[in-house]
Design a protein around this ligand. Structure first.
Ligand code: SF4
Ligand code: SF4
Length: 357
């Protein structure tokens, strides 16, 4: 069966107030929040962007979502989880401070901001799963406690998964640091020696002190590596890469199995994919990174597979049929996550696009 995906076309020249009002109309048309009952709590899972990142979703768009949620839900929280890499999103208080600097304050989003501290035992939950790779998913309790879960994702490229959208926001994004680590555990990078200049950028970002520059070339200590992939992102010479031959490909399946754990038994869920300011890399990248295709629009669905598939198709269409994600990340099969999610029953790659009138 085709899953409905609601679509608001947006171009970079559109006035922000018009886009906000268009999103509000789209959400109302989709009736996606009609399932909320008085007394329900709602959590918005999103990504606030690393320091200086300009691609992240606008807090004003979050304000539109939150405004509609608040008409029904008793409490609306906007949230993210801490990262594996070293940066301003590694620890809760600094992460919340950065979110406020990026405009995710209560007066703009209308929602209480929280980044739960995974060091507090009560904030974490272990979900038993009979997955091919994951037997225990370690997630933040917040995302399984609230009756309504809304995933707001910036749809963009990603160095490990080709692109990141609704599935990645839930699968990787709701995991605790321990859970993220478990998903990355097979990702120990390899150094392409002919490309390595010995610049040391990878060594500086490695949170596990697993990298040393020996005889002018980077070397990775596999025993110390925690698979965070920070070095791959830091290398500007294409010298640090994933060793796909060692089973790193299972990271995608692990991420999807984590999404299955978070979503298991959940009835009230909505996904808002924002395909604007589309970059090659994710919002964990600091600073202003280049856009790889023109703005496409905003997508709303109750199906995480359908909404990602629709985004992918329309991005390709906007790029004149070119796969911009494959071009940015050769060898990454971005559709693998959708095929596996469909196999696990998380949704359907077949969708019906309903474009805002
Ligand atoms: S960042 Fe890249 S080029 Fe620089 S030392 Fe590390 S692997 Fe080599
Ligand atoms: S060597 Fe391993 S731990 Fe260090 S930055 Fe690279 S992936 Fe992360």
């Amino acid at each position: 069966m085709k899953s409905p995906v609601y679509f608001l076309p947006v171009s970079a020249s559109d006035d922000p107030a018009t886009v906000e009002s268009g999103l509000r109309t789209l959400l109302l048309e989709s009736k996606i929040f009609d399932c909320i009952q008085a007394g329900d709590g709602a959590v918005i899972k999103m990504h606030f962007g690393e320091e200086g990142n300009t691609g992240h979703v606008s807090p004003r768009l979050v304000g539109v979502v939150s405004g509609l949620l608040r008409q029904k839900a008793r409490d609306v929280v906007v949230s993210d989880t801490n990262t594996l890499y070293r940066g301003r999103r590694t620890a809760s208080s600094e992460h919340e401070q950065l979110a406020r600097e990026h405009g995710f304050t209560q007066d703009i989003t209308g929602a209480r901001l929280t980044v739960p501290d995974e060091k507090v035992k009560e904030n974490c939950r272990i979900i038993a799963l009979n997955g091919k790779f994951v037997k225990e998913a370690k997630v933040l309790s917040l995302y399984t406690q609230a009756q309504m879960l809304v995933g707001i994702a910036h749809f963009k490229g990603h160095m490990m998964t080709g692109f990141g959208g609704a599935l990645k926001n839930i699968g990787m994004g709701c995991a605790s640091r321990e859970g993220k680590l478990a998903q990355h555990s097979t990702v120990c990078p390899v150094v392409r020696m002919q490309n390595c200049t010995g610049c040391g950028a990878c060594e500086k970002v490695c949170p596990a002190d697993a990298i040393a520059i020996v005889n002018g070339k980077s070397t990775v200590d596999r025993a110390k590596c925690i698979g965070c992939a920070s070095c791959i992102a830091a290398c500007g010479y294409g010298a640090m890469d994933v060793n796909w031959g060692t089973g790193a490909g299972s990271m995608v399946e692990r991420m999807v199995e984590y999404a299955a754990a978070v979503l298991r038994g959940r009835k009230k869920v909505a996904y808002v994919n924002v395909a604007l300011k589309i970059t090659a890399e994710c919002d964990c990248m600091a600073g202003d990174t280049a856009r790889i295709v023109d703005d496409v629009g905003i997508f709303v669905s109750a199906d995480p597979v359908a909404v990602d598939m629709a985004c992918c198709d329309l991005v390709k269409q906007k790029a004149g049929g070119k796969d911009v994600f494959l071009e940015a990340h050769p060898g990454r099969d971005s559709l693998k996550q959708l095929a596996y999610a469909e196999k696990l029953g998380l949704g359907s790659r077949s969708y019906r696009l309903i474009t805002a009138g």
